[in-house]
Write a protein that binds this ligand. Structure first.
Ligand code: G3P
Ligand code: MG
Length: 245
């Protein structure tokens, strides 16, 4: 079965990684979402791609310097459109409640936390605590570009499917050893530079292959024909309905 993952929700219709962006998935018949998570100074896990407030809020500065009490004062919607004024950076707990309510499936991408290894370990622990609240019927993949963090996550929660993310050009000959060190179930490569042969190699090694970020329907079809299982996209609502489940 081929799948589309709503990349940061539907970020072409609502501000990325907000509850509004994820709430649009169910009405569009989309089952799989992808979100990015990082940690605040007090250990709260939040849904955010960047580790600064600069691009997607009305504030600036580092996520690692703020506390959960600050979230109510930070606007994460007005940068996108006035209709979203008052939108907040969600916590992972809040997003999991929405996933349960809307019966979604979720790929949680653990960001490469730049606050050091101790905070990275706290992030992993707190993500695991949050994931315990996911309803048993929900499907879950945890991924990361930080393969050390991913291996540590898998060690602590072996029952969860994990995916190594690779940037474009990062897929050298050692991709397989990275996957093995993490006991990964899926590979999440960048679309740029990906060839039919590389996908054949991933599939021959037994991995599920989900490619990011594919915003061109013709390219998505080509990838699916090459054996790719899923694509992350900013336009999941424009994909044929058969791919959204
Ligand atoms: O998880 C797929 C994709 O989200 C990885 O890249 O930078 O959009 O988080 P990025
Ligand atoms: Mg991501």
């Amino acid at each position: 079965m081929k799948t589309v993952f709503a990349h940061r929700g539907i970020p072409t219709l609502a501000p990325e990684n907000t509850l509004s962006a994820f709430s649009l998935c169910k009405p569009h018949g989309i089952q799989w979402i992808e979100c990015d998570v990082d940690i605040l100074a007090d250990g709260t896990v939040v849904v955010s791609h960047d580790d600064t407030l600069d691009r997607c809020t009305d504030r600036s500065g580092s996520l690692y310097d703020i506390h959960s009490g600050d979230l109510a004062l930070i606007d994460a919607g007005s940068w996108f459109a006035d209709a979203f004024i008052g939108e907040r950076i969600p916590t992972l707990d809040q997003l999991i409640a929405l996933v349960n309510q809307d019966e979604l499936n979720i790929n949680v991408e653990i960001k490469s936390c730049r606050a050091g290894w101790a905070m990275t370990e706290q992030l992993i622990d707190n993500v695991i605590t949050a994931l315990a609240k996911l309803d048993p019927g929900r499907q879950l993949i945890v991924s990361s570009f930080n393969h050390l963090a991913l291996a540590e996550f898998k060690r602590r929660r072996p029952q969860t499917a994990v995916a190594c993310l690779f940037e474009a050009g990062q897929l050298g000959e050692d991709w397989l050893s990275a996957m093995q060190k993490c006991q990964a179930d899926c590979i999440h490569p960048a679309d740029r530079g990906l060839t039919q042969q590389m996908i054949a190699d991933f599939k021959a090694a037994g991995y599920q292959v989900n490619v990011y970020t594919v915003n061109d329907l013709a390219r998505a079809n080509q990838l699916f024909n090459w054996g790719v299982d899923g694509v992350f996209t900013d336009i999941p609502h424009r994909f044929p309905a058969k791919y959204r489940t």
